[in-house]
Design a protein around this ligand. Structure first.
Ligand code: PAN
Ligand code: ZN
Length: 187
């Protein structure tokens, strides 16, 4: 009986120097145009979209079933840049199963994991190569790239967690991260 439920174990290779997942079989691409409503400066985002709608971020995965017991894992690669003065970031989400936590290991670049609760608590955890960030249950999370190269993180979360983008889109994050000259400001 259990034999029918067994999945074959597998391995995967990450080029750690380049932070590249080899032989991925799922690839999500988000361009600037998928970020409408997320940045403080909507005009600056519109300009960026008109100027060719550049790649914003990608997610590379070795797909596994989105079911209880499994673990989703892959690499998230966020391009460097700003929209107005605000650093490039991911949309961010709560998990559909809000109790589902997530672990991120930064492989390349510099940035922050911005996290918030439905009660409005907000934290920014710094990320650079070798740093692990634990996103506990119930915290929405978004990556922000404050460096000048791609921010690449390895992540793992429960297979059935799902993504709830709607709530955070309505709430927004209480803090934003800006480039002011050579300084990073979290406001
Ligand atoms: C990550 C994110 C990835 C892209 O895999 O999905 O960084 O960010 P958005 O999903 O917010 O667009 C993760 O947190 N998964 O649960
Ligand atoms: Zn997540």
């Amino acid at each position: 009986m259990i034999d029918q439920l067994l999945m074959e174990p597998f391995g995967a290779d990450i080029d750690l120097a380049e932070a590249v997942l080899k032989d991925y079989n799922a690839h999500l691409v988000r361009k600037a145009s998928s970020m409408k409503g997320h940045y403080a400066d909507a005009d600056a985002l519109e300009k960026l979209i008109q100027q060719g709608d550049p790649l914003h971020y990608e997610v590379f995965e070795k797909a596994v079933p989105q079911e209880t017991g499994h673990l989703q894992f892959g690499l998230s690669k966020l391009q460097p840049g700003t929209v107005g003065e605000e650093f490039f970031m991911t949309k961010g989400h709560y998990h559909e199963i809000p109790e589902a936590a997530e672990v991120y290991l930064c492989l390349r670049g510099k940035g922050y994991m911005l996290m918030k609760t439905t009660e409005g608590e907000c934290r920014a955890e710094y990320m650079e190569r070798g740093r692990v960030v634990y996103v506990p249950p119930y915290w929405a999370h978004r990556s922000v790239n404050v460096g000048d190269e791609p921010l690449i993180t390895f992540y793992v979360y429960p297979g059935d967690a799902g993504h709830n983008y709607g709530d955070i889109e309505e709430e927004g994050f209480p803090k934003r991260i800006y480039k002011r000259g050579d300084k990073v400001e979290i406001l």
